[in-house]
Design a protein around this ligand. Structure first.
Ligand code: URA
Length: 274
């Protein structure tokens, strides 16, 4: 067999190998650099829905000598392809000081729950308890959220919980646009890794940030919105529920019923006491 034939055979074996990977669910391979790679977070489209393909991530080309040159290499940079893990993102964040909150926080609050979660809750930013413990939604609002998750027939460890901001703004002030700008790419990458079926945005800030709108939460809640291919249900923030009466909790429950139905999960029978 001539050099040409060997090359064709090698390319054919590579095609079969890549098809095998695709068939077994591997839909991306890391690359180091080059035209097909890009820093995750730079483009939202395709990241959340995991549209990256092996073809994009693995760049195999013929060299001038007719040999195979593969860009398959150590996952040294974060490629747009899949293969990134939550641990990778957490490590990259490290002791992040991309914004001034890095200097005032006690702990960076990355996220909590299952990497395989079908459902992700996104809040605003860590509060005092979360800052101290490094875990999202562990204070009073967190207790309410956890109890709502349980009432939905789920366990907290089955879902994933995180925030738009990873660090606590001093005195729980509203996040600044500059802080959101620095932090949001990491949230997008988390969502891209998890690829949930549904996202619940908790409160005005999360809903408005994720949906890039100024519409009030009262108008946004109660119906699904599209978030890069993922249905997103905005609802009231648990902190708001702590301050408002029981009626609002029923409103949130109605939103969660829609979430459960959309996920094909049973809806627990919750009757309002007369
Ligand atoms: N409020 C949030 O939005 N996030 C938390 O983690 C806690 C309270």
């Amino acid at each position: 067999m001539g050099a040409d034939g060997e090359l064709q055979q090698a390319l054919q074996s590579l095609r079969v190998y890549l098809q095998d990977l695709l068939d077994t669910g591997v839909d991306g391979l890391p690359v180091v650099s080059g035209p097909v790679s890009g820093k995750a977070g730079s483009s939202i489209e395709g990241q959340i829905t995991g549209k990256d393909t092996a073809g994009q991530s693995l760049n195999v080309s013929e060299t001038e000598e007719g040999g195979l040159q593969s860009e398959l290499a150590e996952p040294e940079v974060v490629a747009t392809g899949t293969g990134e893990t939550l641990d990778d993102i957490r490590s990259e964040l490290g002791k992040c000081i991309l914004c001034p909150l890095g200097k005032t926080r006690t702990n960076l609050v990355f996220g909590d729950g299952s990497r395989e979660a079908r459902l992700v809750f996104v809040g605003e930013a860590p509060g005092r308890d979360e800052d101290l413990q490094g875990i999202p939604f562990v204070g009073k609002a967190g207790e309410l959220l956890t109890s709502m998750i349980q009432r939905m027939g789920l366990k907290r460890e089955d879902v994933y919980i995180c925030n738009v901001l990873k660090c606590r703004p001093p005195n729980n002030r509203n996040p600044l646009p500059s802080e959101v700008e620095k932090c949001q790419p990491f949230l997008l990458r988390q969502l891209r890794v998890i690829k949930p079926e549904i996202i619940v945005a908790l409160g005005t800030f999360a809903a408005q940030t994720l949906l890039e709108t100024k519409e009030p939460i009262s108008k946004l809640r109660g119906r699904f919105h599209d978030y890069h291919g993922i249905p997103l249900m905005p609802t009231f923030h648990p902190s708001f529920l702590l301050r408002s009466g029981p009626d609002m909790r029923w409103v949130v429950w109605e939103d969660m019923v829609q979430v459960l139905k959309r996920m094909g999960l049973p809806v627990p029978d919750m009757r309002r006491k007369k």
